[in-house]
Ligand binder design. Structure first.
Ligand SMILES: *[C@@H]1O[C@H](CO)[C@@H](O)[C@H](O)[C@H]1NC(C)=O
Ligand SMILES: *[C@@H]1O[C@H](CO)[C@@H](O)[C@H](O)[C@H]1NC(C)=O
Ligand SMILES: *[C@@H]1O[C@H](CO)[C@@H](O)[C@H](O)[C@H]1NC(C)=O
Ligand SMILES: *[C@@H]1O[C@H](CO)[C@@H](O)[C@H](O)[C@H]1NC(C)=O
Ligand SMILES: *[C@@H]1O[C@H](CO)[C@@H](O)[C@H](O)[C@H]1NC(C)=O
Ligand SMILES: *[C@@H]1O[C@H](CO)[C@@H](O)[C@H](O)[C@H]1NC(C)=O
Length: 418
């Protein structure tokens, strides 16, 4: 690598070359020097220079500190037990975890699930630096939009970041009938937010408190009612999947929920999913400046509801599981490859770059990381349930600290070192 040029010498240098009339030659040198500078690790934000190399696309993404090794797939790897470096925080140190995810408080006997570190095959994840994250978020908003799994990832991020802030310099508030939760770091004028929209587009499950609707109906073409809350956000992290998986078909509605004549038709789930995600991409293309905003989409979060799937005893589920699955090609039936294909197609066609957080495979292994029965139960349990705990185990959501801290480590990696 050539020695780095000090920034202030930039114009001086280029005029020097220009006076020598080696215009073309000089331009090449100049660009080479800058590419070199841009690739050098540094803790300052990327320079806003108007240069673009064909293979340097990631450099144009806002928030980039240094371009990562694009030939390393950070989503391919394995879990390594790490008693020392994991977890990042203790459950009782984070008052923001909702009682549905505080497994130790609710009697989980084992803690092994907190000690696994994700190790990609071809490289290592950069270490998570909370102060650096706040510095990069100064004056900015990071928002998670989606369902309760995305809410878990949001809370994990708050847990990872709140500890470096003094007690009186942070706040937690909810708005808009609890659809919007905002964690603010006052000194940094920065916020981390969560917006409830389980289908991203409008649906009859949009009420953040009462949303357990059995007959789900989606308005795949309507997004503005939600999207007005995301407009202007600097970093967006979307997810949506589980709510679509009620059968092979999905009910799609034209017009509004208020209108008298309702035009509802059933569609293959993949087609409905494609419509809704396509609507999201349309919104992004119209409303997001890719030079200022980063957009992420977290792929499906797997469930572990049948132990036969991973070669366990018949009749079991995630309950009582204390170790990850060892089979490197394990892929359970809860995660649909055809839905994954839809994600790939829709987002690769987007003119606004959408970075996929492909957390599916790494989460597939984690049959041990679910909340199981160790969470607040909203309804009293029946004697039959109490006699058979696996009958009411939650094999969808994840304990915190735990797996979702890793989802944020990969978000951190893709944000600053794409
Ligand atoms: C983003 O920046 C590039 C130059 O770096 C510019 O050519 C492009 O027009 C900008 N895009 C938008 C949407 O402003
Ligand atoms: C980038 O990753 C590839 C493997 O994916 C590896 O062979 C190579 O050494 C890495 N390069 C750097 C600079 O880390
Ligand atoms: C974390 O980032 C901050 C701000 O950039 C920096 O001052 C500090 O040295 C970093 N900490 C570590 C352990 O790298
Ligand atoms: C705080 O951040 C918001 C964006 O989230 C920005 O509009 C506002 O100007 C900032 N205020 C200050 C005082 O920097
Ligand atoms: C939980 O697993 C242990 C062994 O790992 C087994 O001895 C015990 O019977 C299991 N409990 C239930 C309720 O399945
Ligand atoms: C995510 O990773 C899995 C396997 O690791 C792969 O099969 C799938 O195609 C990836 N999804 C996307 C959208 O790239």
């Amino acid at each position: 690598m050539k020695p780095l040029l000090p920034l202030h010498r930039r114009s001086h240098l280029s005029s020097y070359f220009l006076t020598l009339s080696f215009v073309t030659f000089a331009t090449i040198l100049y660009f080479q020097d800058f590419t070199c500078l841009l690739r050098h690790p540094s803790s300052t934000p990327p320079l806003n220079l108007n240069l673009k190399e064909k293979d340097d696309y990631a450099m144009d993404l806002p928030f980039t500190i240094v371009k990562g090794n694009t030939s390393c797939d950070i989503f391919a790897g394995q879990w390594v037990y790490d008693e020392v470096a994991r977890p990042f925080y203790a459950e009782e140190e984070c008052p923001y975890i909702q009682p549905q995810l505080t497994c130790q408080t609710h009697g989980r006997p084992d803690t092994g699930y907190q000690h696994w570190r994700w190790q990609p095959n071809a490289c290592s994840l950069p270490s998570f630096n909370a102060t650096l994250m706040w510095e990069m978020l100064r004056g900015k908003r990071l928002m998670y939009v989606g369902d309760s799994l995305n809410r878990g990832q949001f809370v994990s991020m708050v847990c990872l970041l709140h500890r470096v802030l003094p007690e009186d310099a942070k706040s937690w508030e909810t708005f808009n009938g609890d659809s919007l939760t905002v964690f603010t770091a006052k000194e940094y004028n920065a916020s981390i937010e969560f917006y409830w929209a389980p289908f991203l587009v409008e649906s009859n499950s949009d009420n953040a408190v009462i949303h357990r609707v059995t007959d789900r109906i989606v308005r795949a073409g309507s997004i503005n009612k939600h999207a007005k809350h995301w407009k202007g956000v600097d970093i967006l992290v979307f997810n949506t999947y589980l709510w679509w998986m009620t059968g092979t078909k999905m009910k799609i509605m034209r017009g509004s929920f208020e209108s008298e004549t309702k035009d509802i038709k059933e569609m293959e789930t993949e087609d409905a999913y494609r419509l809704a995600l396509g609507r999201l991409v349309m919104w992004l293309e119209k409303n997001v400046d890719p030079n200022k905003t980063r957009v992420f989409f977290a792929t499906m979060s797997p469930s572990h509801t049948r132990s036969e799937d991973w070669g366990g005893e018949a009749g079991g589920n995630c309950y009582n599981q204390t170790t990850p699955i060892n089979n490197p090609v394990y892929w359970g039936p809860s995660t649909s490859k055809s839905m994954m294909q839809v994600l790939k197609e829709v987002f690769s066609a987007s003119r606004v770059p959408v970075t996929l957080l492909n957390i599916t495979q790494l989460s597939e292994y984690r049959k041990d990381a679910h909340t199981q029965i160790y969470k607040k139960q909203w309804n009293p349990l029946t004697p039959e349930q109490l006699a058979n705990p696996r009958s009411y185990a939650d094999c969808n959501h994840w304990c915190l600290p735990g797996l979702q801290d890793t989802w944020n480590e990969v978000l951190y990696t893709k944000l600053f070192f794409p």
